[in-house]
Design a protein around this ligand. Structure first.
Ligand SMILES: Cc1cc2nc3c(=O)[nH]c(=O)nc-3n(C[C@H](O)[C@H](O)[C@H](O)COP(=O)(O)OP(=O)(O)OC[C@H]3O[C@@H](n4cnc5c(N)ncnc54)[C@H](O)[C@@H]3O)c2cc1C
Length: 504
């Protein structure tokens, strides 16, 4: 039986991001993907939001996506575009880029990393014991792993086999999505009516039209056909525009559910396997990528023995509330897409409020993911929030904070008098960087905050500890997040590497 440290079921955006995180943390990882290659038929998601761009920037790969997409003020609530160009981030926008491109770029990235991929392989079940998980594949093969992560989408086999409940709301509305050619020029843009939203969009090749049309009745579970699409178009537009040559026809619904637990022993869930919702607001892919970035370094530390298994519980504790909040917001946005005379006054009220400065910032903070606040206790406002990508000055020259996170290791960023904190017992795991920063400290939605003397930044870019002039709480935070201190005399390899890269 082939053995791996981690097996990831599903090589969509979540699975690929997690594989990259584990590989960067030098953990052996394999992805089992049902598709024969990384090619995604159909365009699917239309892009991602600011915090996801930041997360990719933290790994030094955001430019690959930015080069192939279009930045826009595209965060919306209901029908109101939430301008976030005044947000204090290097990426105060959303990125329009089709999911099949996103997956192509991600696949090229993980091909540069030591990630084993089993294409055209399907996970059918598993059995876990005290030391690992036996994973069954459809072709009769078995794999063994210390941990199994289900990134296998909304119909997750892993979630079902783990017996994890998936409470929520059944579908009330279904929407057909397709890429077709048309005999007639279709009207551009989005249309709303009493059943929901409809839209036609000519793709970059000038020939293919992406059709999104909400069905009058909840569609069946069977695969939709060209006839179904034609019928739905005729009801809304009075014509089907002579649709033909479909390359992709699919159906999605407003079913909204979230896994009751993101972990069952040695099995974890991430992405759509852990939460599904209507794509209003375009948050699904972003949520999955950020689940992966929250889980990756924690799983790596448990596998390498640096941290106890209990560190994995913080994955559910941090990501489940973020998922629950996104579900709540997509339900609200989905309701606002239905337009009739009784709904219009509510839509008008919400639009008016969403246009005001404070609600705009608050809603844009949620949709962009920039306001995420993990509950790490009382303290400085930075605690549990994303570390801003500041322009630092180090003895080795100028440096952005996100550059410090490219290799997915924790960083103690020291901005006070040199040599203020001794972290030598963790110097095999935590980079220490001395730097100067004289600019403003401003967080999205919250605004200006007091300048700290030092911050402990987790590999996912969230602040685990904020220092003043003393190191009170630092050793506790280091132990909580990055494991027990080194025994005296043990080699401190990482700090030597750090000193060579960013000499203080
Ligand atoms: C029309 C539409 C528009 C959307 N727009 C947006 C948007 O604008 N922004 C946004 O953020 N999100 C959007 N989403 C949501 C987004 O597409 C999903 O949230 C995202 O794909 C989730 O990624 P994932 O990797 O978790 O799951 P998936 O993308 O579903 O990937 C799961 C992978 O697992 C594989 N797999 C499944 N079962 C098995 C198995 N048993 N064994 C092996 N492999 C398996 C599948 O082949 C697949 O590759 C949209 C979705 C739709 C339908």
């Amino acid at each position: 039986m082939t053995q791996h440290a981690v097996v990831i079921a599903g090589g969509g955006p979540t699975g690929m991001m997690l594989a990259a995180e584990l590989a960067l943390a030098k953990v052996e990882v394999a992805v089992v993907e049902r598709r024969p290659d990384h090619v995604l038929v159909g365009s699917r998601a239309g892009g991602f939001h600011s915090r996801t761009i930041e997360v990719l920037d933290q790994r030094g790969v955001a430019d690959r996506f930015l080069a192939e997409g279009q930045v826009a003020q595209a965060a919306m609530f209901g029908t109101t575009v939430l301008d976030m160009s005044d947000f204090p981030t290097r990426h105060p926008y959303s990125l329009g880029i089709w999911q099949n491109r996103i997956e192509r770029i991600m696949a090229a990235w993980i091909a540069e990393l030591p990630v084993r991929i089993y294409h055209a392989c399907e996970v059918t079940g598993f059995a876990q014991d005290d030391t690992g998980v036996d994973i069954d594949l459809a072709d009769g093969q078995k794999l063994r792993a210390q941990y199994l992560v289900g990134c296998d989408g909304g119909r997750s086999v892993i979630r079902k086999a783990a017996g994890i409940e998936f409470p929520g709301w059944d579908a009330t509305r279904s929407t057909l999505i397709a890429e077709v050619e048309t005999a007639e020029e279709p009207p551009k843009g989005i249309r709303h009516d009493a059943v929901g939203v409809h839209g036609l969009h000519t793709m970059e090749d000038g020939r293919t039209v992406r059709v999104v049309v909400t069905e009058q009745q909840l569609g069946s579970g069977s695969e939709p056909t060209l006839d179904d699409l034609s019928e739905a178009l005729v009801v809304v537009y009075g014509t089907d525009f002579g649709i033909h040559n479909p390359t992709w026809i699919s159906r999605f619904t407003d079913m909204t559910r979230q896994a009751a637990a993101y972990r069952a022993g040695r099995v974890l869930l991430a992405g759509d396997a852990a939460h599904v919702h209507y794509p209003a607001g375009g948050q699904g892919l972003s949520l999955g990528v950020q689940d992966a970035v929250n889980l990756g370094w924690k799983l790596a530390q448990v596998i390498t023995g640096a941290s106890p298994e209990s560190l994995l519980d913080s994955y559910h504790a941090e990501r489940h509330p973020v998922g629950a909040r996104a579900l709540q917001h997509t339900l609200a946005q989905t309701a606002l897409q239905r337009r009739d005379e009784r709904m219009q006054p509510l839509i008008d009220v919400v639009s008016e409020l969403a246009g005001m400065d404070e609600p705009r910032k608050r809603l844009a903070g949620i949709i962009s993911g920039l306001d995420i606040h993990y509950d790490l206790g009382e303290g400085h406002p930075l605690l549990g929030r994303r570390m801003p990508d500041l322009d630092l000055v180090t003895a080795g020259g100028p440096l952005r904070v996100f550059e410090l996170l490219h290799d997915a290791k924790p960083v103690l960023l020291h901005l006070g008098e040199p040599q203020g904190f001794d972290i030598s017992p963790w110097s095999d795991r935590v980079h220490r960087v001395d730097a100067e920063y004289t600019g403003p400290w401003e967080l999205p939605v919250l605004g200006a905050v007091a300048a700290p003397t030092a911050v402990l930044i987790r590999p996912d870019g969230y602040v685990a500890w904020v220092g003043d002039r003393t190191d009170s709480g630092l050793t506790g935070a280091l132990s909580t997040w990055f494991g027990a201190p080194l025994r005296p005399g043990a080699p401190a390899r990482l700090q030597e590497e750090t000193d060579a890269r960013w000499p203080a």
